[in-house]
Design a protein around this ligand. Structure first.
Ligand SMILES: N=C(N)NCCCC(=O)O
Ligand SMILES: [Mn+2]
Ligand SMILES: [Mn+2]
Length: 316
């Protein structure tokens, strides 16, 4: 049987407030088999250090995704005409044991990648990116990384714990998951304990772009630099919603002022077009702190923009 393409349920077929709330109103399929890309939820928040609530992120991002239409009027991308995409549901994490949850996530992503599917992940806190990168290493080898965040997430430990949402990328370097010369961190800001909070990344070979370097400017020139830095192999895109200023993304667990704008976030993702993207995630949306739902709406739209820059997506 030939490849099956799926279109989102249209706003004129079923009112947007009706129907089952899958990501982008796509079909919910039990398996990634036969797909090119899949939206996956990881409802985890037991790795967070301040506000919890990201366990509700996947569900609310789906709820707020109902406004999104299939064709990208700005870039001409028609993702559902080019790729077979669906929502394959959530990873059944163990919400009472973080290390067991990490094991479950890793096994789930091994299975997804076995089918040759590109995962677009709805978080959950940033801990989830470590098991995903472990599975990526087995499938693709070391990956480059475009990481947007207020935080470097390279702490050696938090309360003595080696795995939490602020240690993800130090563990990833130690475990040989990243091609460190092809890593960029964008949006880092706020206070630290020593200069080494950011310099550790630089010593690994990362390009660190602090928020102040982004203020008051288009990020299109920066993305030209980023593409040159990370190209030449498979790339993973990890977007922590707190990289965006809390004025636009208040529903998150560790907010920091002076962040990126929504427009700069779109520029960054669209600037990834042409890279060999093998997976993306959007993490740290905490609906209980998101009174209007706008943070989930922003997350849903950024995930759609990630879909639009995947390899193989044609533009009209
Ligand atoms: N939100 C994420 N992923 N990390 C926050 C780390 C907070 C801290 O370093 O104190
Ligand atoms: Mn963060
Ligand atoms: Mn983070």
């Amino acid at each position: 049987m030939g490849k099956q393409f799926y279109q989102p349920l249209g706003g004129h077929e079923m009112p947007r407030f009706g129907g089952i709330a899958t990501m982008l109103r796509l079909p919910h399929l039990p398996s990634p088999k036969g797909l090119d890309a899949a939206f996956v939820g990881v409802p985890l928040d037991i790795g967070t250090s301040l506000r919890p609530g990201t366990r509700f992120g996947p569900r609310e991002i789906r709820t707020e995704s109902v406004m999104i239409r299939p064709y990208n009027m700005a870039t001409g991308a028609a993702p559902f005409d080019s790729l077979s995409v669906a929502d394959i549901g959530d990873v059944p994490i163990n919400t009472f044991n973080l290390l067991d949850a990490v094991r479950i996530i890793e096994e789930s992503y091994d299975r997804i990648l076995e089918h040759g599917v590109t995962p677009l992940t709805l978080g959950g806190d940033h801990t989830i990116t470590l098991p995903i990168l472990r599975a990526m290493r087995r499938k693709h080898g070391k990956v480059g990384l475009v990481h947007i965040d207020a935080h470097a997430d390279v702490n050696d430990h938090m309360f003595g714990e080696k795995i939490a949402h602020g240690t993800t990328f130090r563990r990833a370097v130690e475990e040989g998951l990243l091609d460190c010369q092809r890593v960029v961190q964008i949006g880092l800001r706020a206070q630290g304990y020593t200069a080494d909070d950011f310099d550790w990344s630089r010593r690994q070979g990362f390009r660190v772009v602090q928020a102040e370097e982004c203020w008051h400017r288009s990020l299109e020139p920066l993305m030209a630099e980023v593409r040159l830095k990370v190209q030449g192999g498979p790339v993973y895109l990890s977007f922590d919603i707190d990289g965006i200023d809390p004025a636009w993304a208040p529903g998150t667990g560790t907010p920091e002022i002076g962040g990126l704008t929504t427009i700069q976030a779109i520029e960054i993702i669209r600037g990834c077009q042409g890279l060999d993207l093998v997976g993306c995630d959007l993490v740290e949306v905490s609906p209980p702190y998101d009174k209007t739902g706008n943070t989930s709406l922003l997350g849903a739209n950024l995930l759609y923009e990630m879909l639009c820059v995947l390899p193989g997506v044609k533009r009209r």
